[in-house]
Design a protein around this ligand. Structure first.
Ligand code: OGA
Ligand code: MN
Length: 301
């Protein structure tokens, strides 16, 4: 008998689960679209704006290539889609206080790359801010510093995943509501536990497990790391259902893996997709930095 060799577990401790980057669908098969002929650093012309809005209504993920936006330019582009979340900050101050255009990264408080992830939840399937009564409409990331290997972002099309469920399951889950909370989210990703202040500030909310996309009318599963259980069901049964549905959602056919290139700007619709980051190699050595903006959405129905 041969001894089993176990690869050493990386210090970040994010379990390898779900499809790997090379198993997943193309952007087009997933339902996304690439746009290469618009310079987002300039104000959009009326026809460009119409086109981008039309594409956003029809695709859960838009990939723009070869962009180079300052934070101010990203802010201006984001405004096309609606109200930017957390806009109370003086946006002329380009610093950590520049909250409307913030950063996702693997950097620690001193700005050094680290395997101890401050944004741990980003590595688990989720829809942004679903722990809010009014969650995010869209999120966009613009690549600033990329690691040599790994660090992709995966997106799962939750409308396609819903449509592919057996009719019996669809009937069983239509009308259910799931509890989402910051506290549960922290527990489920093994992150620093929520403080009593955070729990008071972000009390649990419930949302339809199957939500209707206001533009397309399509139903989509609404779930992820912030969702913990089902209203009116025993907790364990609700957890089991959500686990089963996430397994379904992350099937390779429903997933697109975005391999970041310098100059990429990617935006996604949180109403009909979930996403997660994949860890990159040697996270304690290589930096991964992206500029992020988020647009406020509406109450899911
Ligand atoms: C986010 C997020 C994933 C990534 O910014 O909301 O989940 O790949 N990011 O950084
Ligand atoms: Mn996210």
């Amino acid at each position: 008998m041969s001894a089993t060799l176990e690869a050493p577990r990386p210090a970040h401790g994010i379990p390898a689960s779900g499809p790997s980057a090379d198993q997943t669908a193309s952007l087009a098969d997933f339902g996304g679209i690439e746009i290469t002929d618009i310079d987002l650093s300039q104000p959009l012309t009326e026809p460009q704006r119409d086109r981008v809005m039309r594409l956003f209504r029809a695709h859960p993920v838009l990939v723009f290539r070869n962009q180079s936006l300052t934070k101010d330019q990203q802010y201006e582009f984001t405004l096309n889609f609606g109200e930017i979340e957390g806009a109370h900050v003086n946006r002329l101050i380009d610093s950590k206080n520049y909250a409307p255009v913030h950063t996702v990264s693997n950097l620690d408080a001193d700005g050094n790359p680290s395997e101890i992830l401050r944004e741990r939840g980003n590595y688990y399937w989720h829809s942004d801010k679903s722990y809010h009564a009014v969650p995010s409409l869209l999120t966009m990331l613009h690549a600033v510093e990329l690691p040599p290997k790994g660090g992709e972002t995966q997106f799962a099309n939750t409308a396609k995943a819903y449509a592919a469920l057996p009719e019996e399951t669809r009937r069983e889950i239509d009308g259910l509501r799931a509890i989402h909370s910051w506290e549960a989210s922290r527990i489920q990703c093994g992150g620093r536990p929520a403080t009593p202040e955070q729990i008071a500030e972000r009390p649990p909310v419930d949302h339809p497990l199957v939500r209707i996309h206001p533009d397309t009318g399509l139903k989509a599963l609404y779930l992820g790391n912030h969702a913990s259980h089902i209203v009116g069901w025993p907790i364990a049964e609700g957890q089991a259902l959500l686990r089963k549905l996430i397994q379904h959602v992350q099937q390779p056919a429903f997933v697109y893996t975005h391999r970041w290139q310098q100059g990429d700007l990617v935006l996604w619709d949180n109403r009909c997709s979930v996403h997660r980051a994949l860890p990159h190699e040697a996270m304690g050595v290589h930096r991964r930095v992206l500029h992020r903006t988020v647009v406020k959405g509406s109450v899911p129905y």
